[in-house]
Design a protein around this ligand. Sequence first.
Ligand code: ADP
Ligand code: NA
Length: 331
Amino acid sequence: VHTPRVFSGIKPSGGLTLGNYLGAIKKFVATQGSMETIYCVVDLHAITVWQDPDDLRNATREVAAGYLASGLDPSQSILFNQSQVSAHAELGWIFNCVARVGWMNRMTQFKEKAGKNAEKQSLGLYAYPSLMAADILLYHATQVPVGEDQKQHVELTRDIAAKFNHDYKVDFFPQPDPVIDGPATRVMNLRDGTKKMSKSGQSDMERINMTDDADTIAKKFKKARTDPEPLPETYDGLAERPEARNLVDIYAALSDVTPAEVVTEYAGAGWGQFKPALADLAVSKLAPISEEMARMMDDPAEIDRVLAEGADRARAIADPILAKTYEIVGM
Ligand code: ADP
Ligand code: NA
């Protein structure tokens, strides 16, 4: 039996979005204190697509600042960036030798990101779920709070753990569970409701950044694509209205109520009423965080210090698990 332990991470591949906040960070904060929590800035994942080195350094600090400003506390959670703990890359290699090519071929996120150009992508982008399995299993984590888009990768992590245990006749790695709950497990793009909101690969008007100012947030929600119908009487009435449902879900997640309650409150309201209310709500939640992030970004040395201290604590857990893994494998 494995002690409950939470691991999750965010890629420093651009500015943080409302999707990252509602799908990940807000849940990281909610989990903190109830069990051991480890939150990583996964910079090794970011370079699966080329990053300008200075931008990468900056984005790593920005994700860390986003964690801290949202309420993650280094005395309660281990906060660090992945590349400082070399055991991630080492266990990732071992898992490359456990995972099967056929498993990677089934990963929908690679297919979506690569499009018709799979042959031109980095080998790292293709193998990235195997490194993600290492991130999680290196800490024997049992719970992984993520957005819906990461569900398949956590399932692959379970398959890798099971195959490793089977191949080496051990009961060493746990079967981690994805934790995907609440109304905002898949925040959609504001202009194209068929795509998830993401910090990379889409234009700025399509997403809300955690650091957007009040006017920008209001403008983006105002221009968000919707249908012309007013809000229905019940949440079921949004079943065939994905863009409208997305805005209701965002409102619900930001205000910690159910989407059904939002629909009840705004039944019959038009977008001219709902969108400004949503913008005000988003500003009231994000402005204090982005102000704190800006303050922290003025002192990068302090962020680096927090990350270095977190890396020391992460290594204290990871290194013995990696050493045991090598021993099991015969090294
Ligand atoms: P991005 O796609 O913005 O680059 P990452 O791949 O770094 O984000 O994902 C970091 C975390 O944020 C993951 O748990 C992921 O599931 C979550 N996440 C990312 N985008 C969304 C979204 N649009 N809705 C909900 N959760 C999301
Ligand atoms: Na992503």
